[in-house]
Design a binder for this molecule. Structure first.
Ligand code: AP5
Ligand code: MG
Length: 212
């Protein structure tokens, strides 16, 4: 496989970006950079940025392009990105994609495809571990209330309420989907069927990366 891969992982809310990015990051030994996770960190710690964007995220809208680009540039300047990285959930608007294209040449864009009715069920049943960040689904917990990996406390994301999820899905269609054509025209887009077992999704991603 090509070395020092710079990967964009995209897809609708609930497509499995976080699930696959963390597995891929462990497999390739490169960092997973989730703009959503960075924003949630700022909100939890009530930083000036966190205070500014909390209401936007709670409503299921997108953070302003300038704020997103600033946190991504900052994160990519850290030395752990020298050997490549996986961007999880960035870029998310055509403006972000165009601005990012001027400062960084990526190797490929993996787009996870999942039907809309499945996305709603995935998001409203998602549980995330407060301690280790593991993402799981209510349906696989068999009544267990703590994290199957570390026994940490599981929580429901503030933006996983049904109304907010619906808003996020429509924001995705209007504001994010146009980036797919942008990357297709550059020959960077690879569509992967995200509606399979997570391990099979990962296998397909690995195969696609091997072809680069
Ligand atoms: P972000 O945190 O990126 O949320 P999102 O894009 O809505 O995506 P999710 O994290 O909800 O889903 P995912 O694709 O990671 O799925 P997951 O693996 O968790 O962004 C949050 C907010 O931050 C945005 O709304 C926006 O306001 C802001 N933001 C972030 N980036 C931004 C940007 N660039 N510009 C502007 N604003 C930005 O899986 C979901 C569920 O499905 C889990 O329960 C999981 O167990 C299950 N699952 C996963 N894979 C499978 C599978 N193969 N089969 C069955 N179930 C599966
Ligand atoms: Mg995610």
């Amino acid at each position: 496989m090509k070395k020092n891969l710079k990967i964009v992982l995209t897809g609708a809310p609930g497509a499995g970006k976080g699930t696959q990015a963390s597995r891929l990051a462990a497999m390739l030994n490169i960092p997973q950079i989730s703009t959503g996770d960075i924003f949630r960190f700022h909100i939890r710690n009530q930083t000036p940025l966190g205070i500014k964007i909390k209401a936007i995220l709670d409503e299921g809208k997108l953070a302003p392009d300038n704020d997103v680009l600033a946190i991504v540039k900052d994160r990519l300047s850290l030395t752990d990105c020298n050997n490549g990285f996986i961007l999880d959930g960035f870029p998310r608007t055509l403006g972000q994609a165009q601005a990012f294209d001027k400062i960084c040449k990526i190797d490929c864009v993996i787009n996870l495809t999942v039907s809309e009715e499945k996305l709603l069920c995935r998001l409203t049943g998602r549980r995330t571990c407060k301690s280790c960040g593991n993402i799981c689904h209510l349906s696989s917990l068999n009544g267990k209330t703590d994290c199957p990996v570390c026994n940490g406390e599981l929580y429901i994301r503030d933006d996983d309420k049904v109304e907010t999820v619906q808003k996020r899905l429509s924001v995705y269609t209007i504001q994010t989907k146009p980036i797919l054509e942008f990357y297709e025209n550059k020959g960077l887009l690879v569509n992967i069927d995200g509606d399979q077992l997570p391990k099979n999704v990962l296998q397909d991603i690995e195969q696609a990366l091997n072809k680069l």
